[in-house]
Write a protein that binds this ligand. Structure first.
Ligand code: DGJ
Length: 733
């Protein structure tokens, strides 16, 4: 049993293999947070609480004689609003009488086997007996707003999921202006915030800074989780490293506007609040109405950031990703985008496919430009008819020839958008998010369809269902290339416009849910101008996401490094592209480009016909090597051996098989030096007593030697050279 409810004392304890979490409902019904950290067994931790009359911290009604009791200083499981806690809170609202207060008190707690589901939202699954759910109901007795806090306790995975479902059990209308998913109050400790900031072509760059007595907010108000901030934060103790120290993560299973806020209060406790952003958000609850706030995945590690990442990787891989492709090696693909952009016809595509097939590639992906009037990015989105005049044949004829070569066929789509010069927009101008009387802003010359409208979702479902049912398509690249502006739904009344961005996401999840359910064999790759929507919500539907539009391998190392803190490498779309690179102009070796792309779902995105004979041989060998490595990528543990952002000369990473029988170590020189220092790396996680063969120098070492003494590499100079070293356990003699 991973959930213990001690009704006599009001204590609730959650246990995972290595962590404990405890809360307590006091006699007023306020639910205190007592502890989240390393496992402590079944003991009452109320003695940890600290009460003091610290002045200007008010008492709840009935407690005026107890001046050391204030919501302002108590650690709580979830906050109300306007009743004496001045920190960042979970809630803002307007009750039926216009009052802004909510005072949540305990109603009930029950533990049930299995995992809760969230209406309309992606959420972690239980693959059979892995999870137990705590349902903790709180209520404001005056306005009737009830919230059920849901806790999914995954004992073996060492992970606790949280979510909140609001129900208006009162008689009047309540408007939620903020409705966070979870609050985590850490009573003690100094914490540093690690978060992942970026921009288009440089996503998820880690930043680490101490938390102070200010509010630090990670947020997206772009209608997507965004290139700029990822909905994932880590709190780490000051000296926590990859291999040691305390840290805990909060990851939203959500792809839209979000906020993760942190604050250290006057008594030195740290609060983290995570959920849908309250920017331009409101949700009206009529009596009986319900609102579900998305899930947050909390994970705590006492063994450093590497262990935290490993736990998230396993969990996303096994409990978030639903696709049948989850555990399968993905087909090695050739994508025509950086080879042709939109300038192609079927012959050009078939030439690319033929060459790719000869070299061992398994799937051709036809990217943007095959439909409507789309010769550049100013037109066509929304008119999803195949442009047969441009191709010079039908889509089936093209697919037929690709299939005859022995390749699978994949196709790019961008369903959520419309260009103003299309038949779709002419027929349904009200289907785009635009404000009456205002000329809308555009991004990449396109407008955003209002997926909050059921008829828009229905139309897109019909369109893409027909596409997938009518053609032999094995893979879909689901792109999304602008952020929202003019967020106004023509289908909602003025007072409900604050719901438009949220309803959009619910519509998108509905659409993706139906299509992925109808076509379970199709491999869906998410994309948003690269990694502008790389989050656990999208991974629920798409087992891989195009990591970035920057395919320069030296930049990609940094992007994939940052992404790996939360997300498994097998979810990161990564391709070998041309040199000089189209985004940076940098020249790199083909071998280096392949080493970097093999740290994700591997493919090529260049004109293979332009390669020399030697380079083509290298591609053959790379594909063979990639196939050997795919099981390690899917099942192995990924170690960041260096800090790809801070360490200047080289970077290294390692994949290790779960049984420690083999490992692959990749080292890339990211800044070639004159008179260089030695490149020395220590491996991780090998069996100390076993003997391993190391492929670079063909020497044999014990696991202890490789992990403690390490390896020194020969000098590497030139166009960013790289090596891949295979470490194989030797049969005992
Ligand atoms: C953005 C994607 O990230 C690219 O890979 C490519 O598919 C283009 N869109 C096509 O418009």
């Amino acid at each position: 049993m991973s959930i213990r409810i001690d009704r006599e004392n009001g204590l609730i304890t959650l246990h995972t293999a290595h962590t404990s979490y405890q809360m307590w409902a006091d006699r007023l019904g306020v639910v205190h947070h007592l502890y989240y950290g390393p496992a402590v067994g079944d003991c009452d931790l109320r003695g940890l609480e600290y009460y003091s009359d610290c002045g200007f911290s008010p008492q709840p009604a009935g407690m005026d004689r107890q001046r050391d009791y204030s919501l302002d200083n108590l650690c709580q499981e979830y906050t109300g609003s306007g009743v004496g806690d001045y920190r960042i809170g979970c809630l803002r609202l307007a009750g039926p009488d216009g009052s802004r207060a909510a005072d949540f008190r305990f109603v009930s707690a029950e533990a049930v086997p299995g995992k809760y589901a969230l209406p309309g939202l992606p959420a972690a699954c239980d693959n059979g007996g892995e999870c137990e759910t705590l349902r903790l109901k709180l209520k404001d007795v005056v306005n009737g707003l009830a919230v059920t806090l849901l806790y999914g306790v995954y004992e073996a995975a060492d992970l606790i999921t949280r979510a909140a479902v609001f129900v208006n059990e009162g008689e009047g209308t309540i408007r939620l202006d903020k409705a966070a998913s979870a609050c985590l109050d850490l009573p003690f400790g100094q914490w540093e915030l690690i978060h992942f900031q970026g921009r288009h072509c440089m996503e998820r760059q880690p930043e680490r800074a101490p938390l102070g007595h200010t509010i630090q907010t990670l947020r997206s108000a772009r209608g997507a989780s965004s290139h700029q901030h990822n909905p994932f934060a880590i709190l780490a103790a000051p000296h926590t490293t990859e291999e040691a120290g305390e840290c805990l993560g909060a990851m939203l299973v959500w792809s839209g506007n979000f906020k993760i806020e942190c604050e250290v209060n006057q008594m030195q406790s740290t609060r983290l609040v995570a959920g849908v952003s309250d920017d331009d958000f409101s949700w009206t609850l009529e009596p009986g109405g319900q609102f579900a706030a998305p899930e947050v995945l909390f994970c705590y590690s006492e063994a450093g950031l590497g262990e935290l990442s490993a736990r998230y990787h396993r969990f996303l891989q096994h409990n978030i990703i639903r696709s049948v492709w989850r555990d399968k090696p993905r087909p090695i693909l050739i994508n025509n985008w950086e080879a042709t952009y939109m300038d192609f016809d079927a012959q050009r595509i078939l030439d690319i496919a033929r060459q790719a097939r000869e070299l061992g590639v398994e799937m051709l992906v036809l990217d943007d430009g095959w439909f409507g009037q789309r010769s550049d990015d100013t037109s066509g989105l929304g008119d999803w008819q195949v442009n047969e005049a441009k191709l010079g044949c039908t889509l089936d004829q093209l697919i037929g020839q690709v299939r005859e070569m022995g390749l699978l066929f994949g196709l790019w789509v961008e369903p959520e958008m419309v260009c103003a010069n299309t038949a779709l927009y002419a027929a349904h101008p009200d289907w785009a998010l635009t404000i009456p009387g205002r000329a809308p802003s555009t991004g990449r010359s396109q407008l955003v369809l209002d997926l909050g409208r059921p008829e828009v979702v229905e139309y897109l479902y019909g369109t893409f269902h027909r596409l997938l049912a009518g053609h032999d398509i094995a893979y879909i690249k689901w792109d999304m290339n602008r952020n929202m502006t003019d967020v106004y739904s023509r289908a909602l009344p003025p007072e409900r416009q604050g719901e438009a961005a949220h309803r959009y996401m619910l519509g998108l999840y509905d659409l993706l849910g139906r299509l992925t359910r109808d076509f379970p064999q199709v491999l869906f790759e998410g994309c948003a101008g690269g990694g502008g929507r790389f989050d656990a919500g999208m991974l629920y539907y798409c087992p891989q996401i195009w990591c970035s539009d920057d395919t320069d391998p030296i930049h990609r190392i940094k992007i994939q490094y940052g992404t790996s803190f939360g997300y498994p490498p097998c979810t990161m779309g990564s391709h070998v592209s041309a040199s000089p690179n189209h985004q940076t102009g940098r020249s790199t070796l083909l071998s280096t480009r392949a080493v970097v792309a093999m740290a994700g779902t591997f493919g090529y995105e260049l004109d293979l016909q332009k390669l020399t004979g030697d380079e083509k041989e290298m591609v053959r060998a790379q594909i063979a090597r990639c196939k050997q490595l795919q099981p390690l990528l899917l099942e192995g543990r990924c170690e960041r051996l260096t800090n790809a952002v801070a360490d200047s000369c080289f970077t290294a990473w390692q994949f290790t098989a779960p049984d420690r029988s083999r490992a692959a170590v990749s080292v890339v020189v990211i800044d070639p030096q004159a008179n260089p220092w030695p490149i020395h790396i220590r491996l991780r996680g090998l069996d100390p007593d076993a003997l391993y063969h190391e492929s670079l120098t063909e020497r044999v070492y014990t696991g202890a030697a490789l992990c403690r003494a390490g390896l020194t590499l020969p000098i590497m100079q030139g166009d960013y050279p790289a090596v891949q070293i295979m470490i194989e356990r030797m049969e005992s003699v």
